[in-house]
Write a protein that binds this ligand. Sequence first.
Ligand code: NAD
Length: 319
Amino acid sequence: MAMGTNAQVMEYRRLGRTSLNVSLLGFGASPLGDVYSVTDPAEGVRAVALAIENGINFFDVSPYYGATLAEERLGKALRGKRQEVVLATKCGRYGLNDFDFSAKRVAESMEESLQRLQTDYIDLFQAHDVEFGDVRQIIEETIPAMRKLQKEGKARYIGITGYPLRTLRKIADAVEVDTILSYCHYNLMVTDMDEVLTPFVKGKGIGLINASALHMGLLTEQGAPEWHPAPPKVHEAGRRAALYCRERGVNISDVSLRFCLDHPSVSSTLIGMATTEDVICNLKALRAASDPELAAEVQKQIGGAMNHVWKSGKPENQG
Ligand code: NAD
């Protein structure tokens, strides 16, 4: 279904020093891999088409999402539309506990992703969840292997993704990367990305991507999935915040997304989508006026659960 093609209201930002112009609202494709719930593949295809019609050009996926299902489905959904989008995928993570950041696997992973995504190049190739790797290997082997793929024309740019902010910073300080994707460190529940990462990437001209605008589904009416790593007090705070919004006739997801979109240094905010309804709601939030006062009120409801962080990755890569 069309919702009035309105691509001109979409804002595009340059991704750091790359030549990529990405939509402020980015399409997170992990839900296409049934990571959150079982989704209808045909509806996923419609969601991708509707997003593109409405100016969303940045799509992020990984072989990890749904054990390659999200890449397969995104590849099908992008048939005939590949040139209209900036396509990001990842390498290094293949399962909950399945990581391989070796140069050999990086090269194989690229070939597999190209096949599944039905393309011959990736715009942004990212090392996925680097905190689960050996930082030295990422710096000395993984990134150079990714640069080699860039020289071969298979990747236009390369980046890193992960959760612990200082580990992302440490890697990007030691070896040149074009982008950093950080998740669950900037949304209504948490803002520490701005203390640790934002000034650093600005100084280096690295493109900044902020993912999980809804704190991986926690800032939604339906609540977070089973596997969500936050402790009960954070889930309770999310429910409190959702109720507060509901009582004011607004939706918690719209408020959190709007808050993320207002960030001046983030090139694209990724929100996971698998249905046309998700796309329609998120485009509506994009077009809504900023309301910093409402965001501050909701954050008051979150109270002591603000800025709660969890462990992710190897013990030496926390922080
Ligand atoms: P998210 O916070 O965006 O939440 C996604 C969930 O919210 C899904 O269940 C989705 O259907 C639902 N949703 C979307 N819009 C909604 C709306 N308007 N109202 C109610 N529910 C809505 O979490 P995410 O999907 O994990 O993060 C976004 C994307 O960022 C991912 O898909 C992925 O592409 C990327 N990401 C990358 C990493 C990494 O590289 N390490 C980590 C996290 C996220």
